[in-house]
Design a protein around this ligand. Structure first.
Ligand SMILES: Nc1ncnc2c1ncn2[C@@H]1O[C@H](COP(=O)(O)OP(=O)(O)OP(=O)(O)O)[C@@H](O)[C@H]1O
Length: 329
């Protein structure tokens, strides 16, 4: 992180001095108010268009998974939302606060984990986190040991001597500890071991179950599948679509293995509605099917099916299709 960015992040913590309530005037935000709303969000770096008229609406109380290939513009969106960079044009609102006009009020509501999280190398994790609670007017101090224990983070070690994964845990703790209504997390599970990742996902679900909103960018599809309610896909600076995870899973191809007594009836299986692919090994047909498997099973039944193994719908192929071209050029 550059010196300028470090200063901007410090400003962000300073803005969080006020208690993290959704409306500092004590009026709760209307339930239909979006946690994040962008309209025509465009960001140009010189001639490079990083974001091109992005219209995003993240409702309150959901986990929103923001996906896209390298260079698609995820971090640029996130840095625009948390007020670290100014949009070239378009609107960004956080719980009704215009980030350009009312940045401090917006930042007060956000817990932010940057993609390149760093802290002062000579401070211990505990000293650094307590330093942040001071900047934030004391909010979150009591949560530090609790979150550190959950994530198995050694608080007494100097930040500069921590492993990559443990540094990331410091970043996660500082984002969560003051219980902000909106968490904005850029590639949050980078470097976490499986236990750390599991605990982190549990923290995300708990935040959501408390009615808070989590906006996270990720390359880890399994993580998004495990935790997101809504998915948005960005390509080449354009938002391709947003949809609920359950809708996407319905579209995803299901894998089903059919074991026959004799050679599998490949042609009959291929003709069944929704079947995309049939691969045969010995007496087993490995079939990939879209939507319901009823038609496939009806087609297979006359040929003496001895066993059926079904697998969870896999978003992987959909994901690779979405990624395609559209990263950095
Ligand atoms: N400060 C900057 N100056 C110039 N170009 C930038 C700057 N920040 C980002 N970009 C460009 O904007 C585009 C989007 O970058 P961004 O970091 O938002 O992508 P990303 O989706 O987060 O990628 P990744 O998955 O690799 O983190 C890229 O082409 C990048 O080179």
């Amino acid at each position: 992180m550059s010196r300028l960015q470090t200063k901007l992040v410090e400003h962000l913590h300073d803005a969080q001095r006020e208690p993290a309530v959704a409306d500092p005037r004590g009026i709760l935000p209307a339930a239909d108010l979006a946690a994040i709303r962008t309209e025509g969000l465009t960001k140009e770096f010189g001639k490079r268009v990083a974001l091109d008229h992005v219209d995003l609406r993240v409702p309150q109380g959901v986990v929103f998974g923001y996906l896209g290939p390298n260079g698609a513009g995820k971090s640029t969106t996130i840095r625009s939302v948390v007020g670290l960079i100014r949009a070239t044009s378009g609107l960004v609102e956080v719980l009704g606060h215009d980030v350009a006009r009312d940045r401090d009020a917006a930042q007060r509501l956000i817990g932010y984990l940057p993609g390149d999280f760093v802290a002062y190398p000579d401070l211990t994790a505990a000293e650094y986190l307590h330093h942040l609670t001071c900047l934030r007017g004391g909010a979150g101090a009591s949560a530090i040991p609790v979150l550190a224990e959950r994530l198995d983070l050694p608080l007494d070690r100097r930040f500069g001597s921590l492993s990559h994964g443990n540094r990331q845990k410091v970043g996660i703790v500082q984002a969560f500890m003051h219980e902000p209504p909106l968490l904005v997390l850029d590639e949050p599970s980078t470097g976490l071991d499986p236990l750390g990742q599991r605990e982190f996902l549990a923290m995300v679900r708990e935040a959501r179950d408390q009615g808070r909103t989590v906006f996270l960018s990720s390359h880890v599809l399994s993580e998004v599948e495990a935790v997101a309610d809504v998915v948005g896909v960005l390509r080449g600076g354009r938002l391709m679509f947003t949809d609920s995870l359950s809708n996407l899973q319905r579209q995803a191809l299901r894998r089903i293995d059919l074991v026959f007594g004799n050679a599998p009836p490949v042609e009959a299986l291929r003709r069944a509605r929704g079947v995309h692919e049939v691969v045969v090994t010995a007496s087993t047909a490995h079939v990939r099917v879209e939507g319901s498997t009823a038609e496939l099973l009806r087609a297979a039944a006359p040929y003496g099916v001895e066993n059926v193994r079904t697998h969870e719908a896999d978003l992987g192929d959909l994901f690779l299709g979405w990624y395609g071209e559209g990263g950095e050029s």
